[in-house]
Ligand binder design. Structure first.
Ligand SMILES: [Zn+2]
Length: 321
């Protein structure tokens, strides 16, 4: 998910991850926690967060590695850093983590100033959102259903742990999915299918790890982003949005990632919550070494995972065929 905001914010992340050697120089002064082929690099003062990052990374890997068919000791490095640790940090406004093109490094969010995430929250349109989405979202934040949009945004902005939980419990599994998707050479192009799997993996990992509250909270958060963007986006489908990349802008960006979660929600309504796991297994068993595929071929894999033909639904609802 990050790739684009970074691209939009500061130039080419692909170039950045390809040309930046995350060598020891960049890490000098950072602490390192290591366990079972997982390394978490973190600055002084972030021990508590680093411990939770390690905990979630270990459990996410244990859950996702068999679904991708990668080794159970699949190497992962998580960089948990604030801006001072990023090269050229003063010129950047990043607020997102990303997986590198090599797949083994997961640069973490600017942990002190998650600017990008806060901007996304600013796009939520709670006034226009249907009660069935906005109501439970407020409830999970501990607010009354009558809470005003300003109250909700205030809670999100000043919550001591909303962004921390968002990054560790949702975005981290999302990025680990990208890394495994790359390593397993399972379908990842066109880009919407790469992002769809990552958003899906984040939701199902959250559930699997027992973060039921957060799984629901962040699912609703993304669905609100999708709904909030409907009247404002220039893109009409996730394929075009996925191909467009950095020029898309933050409104389209939020809508796009929200739409992929909305898509998962609607498919689960049709065939149950096992869909996500089955899709990753089907990709592993049927499409290893098929990183690039047509929309129709990927929808066929989705249909197999769903146990029903989704081609009509995907064409009518999402303009994907
Ligand atoms: Zn992503």
């Amino acid at each position: 998910m990050v790739r684009w905001l970074l691209l939009a914010a500061m130039g080419a992340l692909i170039v950045m991850t390809d040309t930046l050697a995350w060598g020891e120089d960049e890490f000098e002064g950072l602490r390192a926690a290591e366990r079972d082929n997982i390394t978490v690099r973190y600055p002084d003062g972030s021990f508590g967060a680093a411990r939770q990052v390690m905990n979630v990374t270990i459990r996410t890997r244990a859950y996702l590695a068999p679904l991708f068919g990668v080794p159970e000791d699949f190497p992962i490095t998580v960089l948990w850093m604030n801006q001072q640790w990023w090269p050229k940090a003063t010129r950047m406004e990043y607020g997102f983590p990303s997986n590198s093109s090599r797949g083994e490094v997961l640069p973490a969010v600017d942990v002190d100033r998650p600017i990008g995430l806060v901007k996304l929250t600013g796009l939520l349109d709670l006034e226009a959102a249907p009660e069935e989405v906005a109501g439970p979202f407020k409830g999970l934040l501990g607010l009354y259903r009558e809470a005003t949009p300003e109250a909700v945004k205030g809670v999100l902005e000043y919550s001591p742990d909303f962004y921390l939980r968002y990054v560790i419990n949702f975005i981290l599994p999302h990025e680990i999915c990208h890394a495994m998707n790359n390593a397993a050479k399972t379908p990842r192009e066109p880009w919407w299918i790469h992002e769809f799997q990552a958003q899906m993996a984040a939701v199902i990992t959250c559930r699997e790890l027992g973060f039921e509250h957060d799984a629901k909270l962040f699912e609703l958060y993304y669905r609100l982003m999708y709904l909030g963007g409907l009247d404002r986006v220039e893109e009409t489908d996730v394929y075009t949005a996925g191909q467009k990349g950095p020029s898309m802008g933050i409104v389209n960006y939020a809508w796009y990632h929200g739409a992929l979660v909305q898509m998962l929600h609607e498919i689960e309504e049709r065939c149950g919550e096992g869909f996500g796991e089955r899709l990753l297994q089907v990709c592993r068993d049927r499409a290893a070494n098929h990183q690039q595929m047509s929309n129709a071929d990927f929808i066929a894999l989705m249909s197999e995972a769903a146990g029903q033909d989704l081609s009509g639904y995907m064409a009518e609802r999402w303009n994907l065929r």
